[in-house]
Design a protein around this ligand. Structure first.
Ligand SMILES: [Zn+2]
Length: 178
């Protein structure tokens, strides 16, 4: 699996190779340049920006096999870089938990299958009638929001069930519906 910098250099090289014979690629190069710079600086700019460049110029990309392959390799390197960010922040256990348990990934609102994960856990607090209570016996529910990149529909996964946190309470189970 190539790393992001390597994949970006490969795509840049492939675009430059056809610049003379394919003037459309100049626009591609102009749009790509700031993003490539961010990648070379060690950043991970949004994957969707590259995707929108590729889809807007899809004919130019499809004309050249090595260009298309270089773009696909960048896409793969992006997936790997994003997965690493999730493993390094939320934790590898969460990635494995989703791999194992989350089988139906179509967004219930828009049908998309592209989801994003923030780089930290969040907490839901027990309702206390409008007063803000800090500490004490306040119940907290740690969650990982998983957000549809297209429409924003959000799933909350329990950090405890995902094995990120120790369970400190057994919740009563609602009897299965027969
Ligand atoms: Zn959606």
């Amino acid at each position: 699996m190539p790393d992001l910098v390597e994949a970006a250099m490969r795509l840049e090289g492939a675009v430059k190779k056809y610049l003379d014979e394919d003037p459309e690629l100049e626009a591609v190069m102009r749009r790509m340049e700031p993003l490539l710079k961010r990648i070379y600086d060690g950043d991970v700019p949004p994957q969707r920006v590259f995707e929108s460049i590729a889809s807007r110029h899809s004919e130019a990309f499809e004309k050249h096999d090595d260009l298309e392959e270089a773009f696909e390799a960048l896409d793969e390197a992006y997936d790997a870089a994003h997965l690493k960010q999730i493993r390094d922040s939320v934790g590898s256990r969460f990635v494995e938990h989703l791999d194992e348990k989350w089988t139906r990934r179509d967004c219930p609102a828009c049908g998309s299958r592209v989801w994003t994960v923030p780089k930290c856990l969040f907490e839901l607090r027990e309702y206390s009638g409008g007063a803000l209570v800090i500490g004490g016996d306040m119940n907290l529910f740690a969650v990982v929001p998983v957000v549809c990149e297209s429409c924003g529909y959000t799933h909350f996964f329990s950090a405890t069930r995902a094995g990120l946190q120790k369970a400190d309470a057994d919740w009563p189970r609602l009897p299965a519906r027969r």
